[in-house]
Design a protein around this ligand. Sequence first.
Ligand SMILES: N[C@@H](CCC(=O)N[C@@H](CS)C(=O)NCC(=O)O)C(=O)O
Length: 253
Amino acid sequence: MTKYILYGWHNCASASIRWILAELGVAYEYRLVNLARGVEEQRDPSFRALNPKGRVPILLIGDEHEPLSESGAIAFYLGESHPDAGLLPAVGTPGRNKFLETYTFVINSHLPVMRDWLQVIREVEDGPLQAAVAKGGALPVPLASDAAEVRGIRKLALRRLVANLGVLEAELADHDYLAFRDSPSVIDFVFTITTTWEPFIHQLIANKFPNLKAYRERMHARPTWAPLAIEEKVAEDLGPLRDWEQEYAAFLQ
Ligand SMILES: N[C@@H](CCC(=O)N[C@@H](CS)C(=O)NCC(=O)O)C(=O)O
């Protein structure tokens, strides 16, 4: 019997959970929630009953189908529930505290900045988020009301992103994986997925952060990555900057 059911959508926070499940070699049922503009299954009341925040991923656990949302919580839960895989140092073992430090940094500092950058991109593509919110009364909360504010948020997000990546770059100076480890932990999968969300971020890493670039390649060389990348429709091509991104090109230097 399948112990887990995962709700997700292509190349987003749920992909890190799929990657961890693949690493664990655990069978699960996967249910796609179509987040595409105009479909937006995340607004459906039956989905909201599982996660009132209206977001993926959600993991249903065990025969009771207990729902757990938040990629950080799910990754931690899976690491702890499958100790033999060594993807999360147990309480009282070496490296546990450093793991918690980096884990919290990625969840607390890196993920919200990625969200700010991506959310304003969506705002540019869709028009003001207020309209999207009015449509469904749903998250995401409106971020910006005019173009100047959008630019300000993007620039602040990029400054914070560069600072955050600098912290992780330093961690990788003497170690192959985050949290000063020589083997992967759950946070490596949570972080690495974020580097495929947006070509500009990938480009930032390729240009400015050699340790992170090598680390990203190391993570993508894992046998579990290639099949997942195909299923998640991840584009590896760096591609040229889009017109509106030119304004931020200085951050890539
Ligand atoms: N903090 C949450 C964020 C999850 C999240 O934002 N998921 C996005 C897809 S990557 C989503 O469901 N978006 C739907 C929406 O915002 O309406 C986590 O890490 O799980």
